[in-house]
Design a protein around this ligand. Structure first.
Ligand code: SAM
Length: 216
């Protein structure tokens, strides 16, 4: 799996973020710059990802290698992507390069924000974060992680959230097929309400909705 570097602007659009609450978890954060930018805005922002177990030089290589590899996936499935949000492939690359730089800089100066951890077990207390974001792991990698893993991962994201979990996208990576088990596993969750909400972002054709889970 690629350790990609989406930018703050991409997170803002994917999750339709307006104001940030006091505390936010980005899980699986990869090389994204969201945590660095949120922390710079005074938010108690934490990033979690198993990739943070890597030695610093390996993490740099892994994040840098993901940039051309992502472009390769887009090339393979050209008809499955639209460019109205980014404007052009060059603009998208620019976002990702700048985000990777920002992430790598922040990891080196504030390593305490970057926790090596993986779903479905996170080392955080119940209701630790006002908002929990999950970009490009659940559902999009449903060909790698099965239904039971998704259910356990959802329960864990909900456990550490005090109010809301937002997940994007809701389709498989590459060609963007729907995930067959998505509606039924949501029915198995207790103590929550959920809705799919349209967002001002689209890259995979039709992937313009996030899942919003609200804790009772
Ligand atoms: C496609 S990247 C997304 C990174 C970032 N959120 C973004 O949008 O650019 C997927 C990330 O999921 C991480 N990952 C893989 N398995 C995981 C797990 N079980 N729990 C949490 N993160 C995981 C990978 O290390 C990788 O960084």
């Amino acid at each position: 799996m690629l350790v990609t570097s989406r930018s703050y602007a991409e997170y803002e659009a994917m999750f339709d973020l307006r104001e940030l609450p006091d505390s936010v978890l980005d899980c699986c954060a990869g090389g994204a710059s969201f945590t660095a930018e949120a922390a710079a805005r005074g938010v108690d922002a934490i990033a979690a990802d198993p990739a943070y177990e890597l030695e610093p030089s390996e993490l740099v290589d892994t994040v840098r290698r993901s940039l051309p590899a992502t472009a390769g996936i887009v090339d393979e499935h050209q008809g499955s992507f639209v460019w109205h949000w980014y404007g052009s492939p060059e603009r998208k690359d620019q976002y990702r390069i700048e985000a990777a730089d920002r992430f790598l800089q922040d990891v080196s100066v504030a390593p305490e924000r970057y926790i090596a951890a993986g779903l479905p077990e996170l080392p955080f207390g119940d209701r630790r974060f006002d908002l929990v974001l999950c970009s490009h792991l659940l559902f999009t990698w449903a060909d790698k992680y099965d239904r039971d893993w998704h259910l356990a991962a959802l329960r864990e994201l909900i456990r550490v959230s005090n109010a809301e979990v937002r997940i994007f996208p809701l389709v498989l990576q590459g060609a963007g097929e729907p995930v067959a088990f998505l509606p039924e596993i949501l029915d198995e969750l207790d103590g929550i309400t959920w809705e799919t909400r349209k967002v001002p972002y689209e890259f995979q054709v039709g992937a313009n909705e996030m899942l919003v889970i609200t804790r009772a």
